[in-house]
Write a protein of this length. Structure first.
Length: 242
């Protein structure tokens, strides 16, 4: 039953216009950072360019996470509006539908994060004359994207209205950067900064001071993700979606 549900969900990926548009947005947004790189850096030694490009990994992950959350919320709310969710519930139990959408949102969030990374690295390569790829940070960025996709799914299920969910999903993550401008310590309690910190990103690159103690961001990030999934799961299992 689960395999059949996953196959049905996978078939919809080929026509996933939401994923296509969000991937395009992630790529374009990440390439825009090339405009902030001084032209003279292209002439700097390779070691200098590598050191200067390192903080951009956190920026790439941030862009990818916010748009991955947008995808997770928008994918569900659009399908709910168009009757796709109700149709699936006629063929399979709610928990199976929820499981397939959870996995699909995590995978979609990973794809969005990958597009953001690709755009960012291309932009830096053009602006700085080539920079090394940190494969460890790539894996971490994809993991952050998957977590953000799950966050967006939870928000979408609870909010239901796709335009409102679009705003709530993006602001609930992106607002951490705004909070950091006024109260950096408090930003560590927000889901985006907790995710970035938990996967080893240098959060100072997005305007947040380092955490006071090591490892504290991991339970915060896990707690936020579980809260989103539990709230979304309970809502999906109990609420009428027609």
């Amino acid at each position: 039953m689960i395999v059949r549900a996953l196959r049905a969900h996978a078939r919809g990926v080929t026509g996933d216009i939401v994923l296509l548009w969000v991937v395009a947005a992630a790529f374009v947004l990440s390439t825009s950072m090339a405009t902030s790189v001084p032209a003279e850096l292209a002439e700097a030694p390779a070691g200098v360019r590598a050191a200067l490009s390192a903080p951009f990994s956190a920026v790439h992950a941030t862009y990818g996470a916010v748009l991955a959350a947008v995808y997770g919320s928008f994918r569900y709310t659009v399908d709910r509006r168009d009757g796709v969710v109700a149709q699936r519930l006629m063929l399979q139990p709610r928990w199976v539908t929820l499981l397939s959408r959870t996995l699909g949102s995590a995978l979609g969030g990973t794809v969005v994060a990958l597009a953001g990374l690709a755009g960012g690295h291309i932009a830096l390569a053009v602006a700085m004359g080539g920079v090394p790829v940190g494969w460890a940070s790539v894996g971490s960025a994809l993991a952050v994207g998957a977590g953000a996709g799950l966050w967006g799914l939870g928000v979408g299920i609870v909010v239901q209205n796709h335009l409102v969910a679009l705003f709530v999903a993006s602001m609930s993550l992106g607002s951490a950067v705004l909070v950091a401008m006024f109260w950096s310590a408090a930003a560590h309690g927000f889901p985006l900064i907790a995710l970035l910190d938990a996967f080893g990103f240098d959060v100072t690159a997005v305007g947040v001071s380092p955490a006071d103690g090591p490892g504290g961001s991991v339970p915060v990030a896990v707690g936020w993700m579980l809260a989103a999934l539990v709230a979304g799961g309970v809502t999906f299992l109990k609420r009428d979606v027609t």
